[in-house]
Design a binder for this molecule. Structure first.
Ligand SMILES: NC(=O)c1ccc[n+]([C@@H]2O[C@H](COP(=O)([O-])OP(=O)(O)OC[C@H]3O[C@@H](n4cnc5c(N)ncnc54)[C@H](O)[C@@H]3O)[C@@H](O)[C@H]2O)c1
Length: 381
């Protein structure tokens, strides 16, 4: 019998953006086998999709309730162990809650829920269980981001005094100027997306990434959002000032109307000894800027990289690591946790990161609505 972890998937069907990333990532380290799921809200489409990827269709279900009912009839050694939730945002909470209540480990897409309240309920549900819950802030899986985290932890930058995340995309620009399209895109629909579009979709990545690499907590935010049209209820651009728990300050600039930008996610952290920066579109280069020294460019797979970074690098130096590899590393970490093997806390984002992310979205929106005032993040998580 196979020793692979039995994985089910919700959403991520043929027409989805993120499905292929999870399928490839789960296969990358030979730790998982996809055994079924609900790939689409329509069963015929789900089955057609399963056939298109050569997946036997007897464990493709019409909805989550029938998945849980049928899977629980199977003996434990056959039942799905972990389910990836890749549906639009508004379905994450109800799905993740049912999965936890019925004893399944969960890999959940971001934003974890549509409200902070829902996130806290998931947190409480998970707290006293032995289940694993990962939130796929994908970019934390890049080897050079892991390297950045370890260098900062080891004091290479000295005392952190400034953090800066820029996440610019341009894909909403043509949509926002077209009345029909802006009314029919799910990310611009509060019912499906939650209270925010830009902050929820990409601002949360920036928030999580700054906390991940710096090891600091963002304590309060002051934001200025742009909706462009008065009939558009969702932010498509946001600038958020940050205050951190070590008294450092920072900024998250995030936009989906940065015309011409693709996925320009740039992280910069400055200490009193050195600065460090990384760009998602060139993820194999990590730039170290030390006072009075020439610029250093660090790359994956070298002896100078940390164990965490090297654990996320599959091939010798010179073979670029990309977004599939980053997600593969997150799946690899989750597999260790499910198999009760030792793992580093930097290997995958958890429910705490997901919950903090939801708090960030709500507080940043609140700050804007109250007239651009400072609002505190709840730091019990
Ligand atoms: N980690 C990342 O970097 C990243 C990147 C893109 C998207 N995402 C997240 O992934 C999620 C999905 O985004 P997307 O762009 O793939 O969306 P999408 O609209 O492209 O795909 C959604 C999929 O869910 C399916 N679906 C919808 N309702 C369903 C239901 N009731 N049951 C089963 N399947 C259902 C659809 O058929 C489709 O296959 C979102 O939460 C988004 O924020 C994360």
């Amino acid at each position: 019998m196979s020793n692979k972890i039995r994985l089910g998937i919700l959403g991520g069907g043929g027409n989805s953006l993120i499905g292929v990333l999870h399928r490839v990532a789960s296969a990358m380290h030979d730790k998982y086998q996809i055994v079924g799921g609900v790939f689409n809200s329509e069963i015929n489409k789900s089955i057609d999709f399963a056939k298109s990827i050569d997946l036997p269709t007897h464990r493709v279900y019409k909805n989550l309730d029938s998945l849980i009912e049928e899977e629980q009839k199977l003996s434990e050694d056959k039942r799905m162990q972990v389910i990836a939730v890749l549906t639009p945002n508004y379905l994450h909470f109800a799905m993740a809650k049912k999965l936890l209540d019925n004893g399944f480990h969960v890999i959940c897409e971001k934003p974890m829920t549509t409200t902070f309240e829902e996130a806290k309920i998931l947190y409480q549900t998970l707290k006293d269980s032995e289940l694993i819950f990962a939130v796929t802030y994908t970019y934390t899986g890049y080897p050079m981001i892991r390297q950045m985290r370890d260098m900062i932890k080891n004091g290479v930058l000295g005392k952190i005094q400034k953090v800066d995340a820029q996440y610019y995309q341009g894909w909403i620009n043509p949509i926002i100027h077209n009345e029909v399209e802006r009314a029919s895109t799910w990310r611009l629909d509060p019912e499906k997306s939650g209270i925010s579009c830009c902050l929820g979709d990409i601002g949360t990545h920036a928030f999580d990434m700054l906390e991940y690499v710096s090891g600091l907590k963002i304590e309060s935010v002051l934001s200025d959002l742009n909706f462009v049209y008065s009939d558009n209820k969702m932010d498509v651009d946001a600038t958020v000032l940050l205050r951190l728990n070590n008294k450092a300050k920072g900024v998250i600039c995030t936009s989906q109307i940065a015309t011409g930008e693709e996925n320009s996610f740039i992280i910069k952290v400055y200490g009193d000894k050195a600065g460090i920066k990384w760009e998602q579109e060139n993820p194999n280069y990590l730039y170290l800027m030390e006072e009075g020294k020439a610029l250093q460019v660090l790359k994956p797979g070298h002896v100078y990289n940390s164990d965490l970074s090297l654990d996320g690098t599959k091939l010798p130096p010179g073979h670029p690591e990309g977004i599939f590899d980053a997600m593969g590393n997150i799946y690899k970490g989750v597999a260790k946790a499910i198999n009760k093997q030792a793992y580093d806390h930097g290997e995958f984002p958890t429910i705490i990161d997901g919950t903090r992310g939801m708090n960030f979205i709500e507080k940043a929106v609140e700050s804007h609505l109250k007239g651009n005032v400072w609002v505190k993040i709840e730091n019990q998580f």
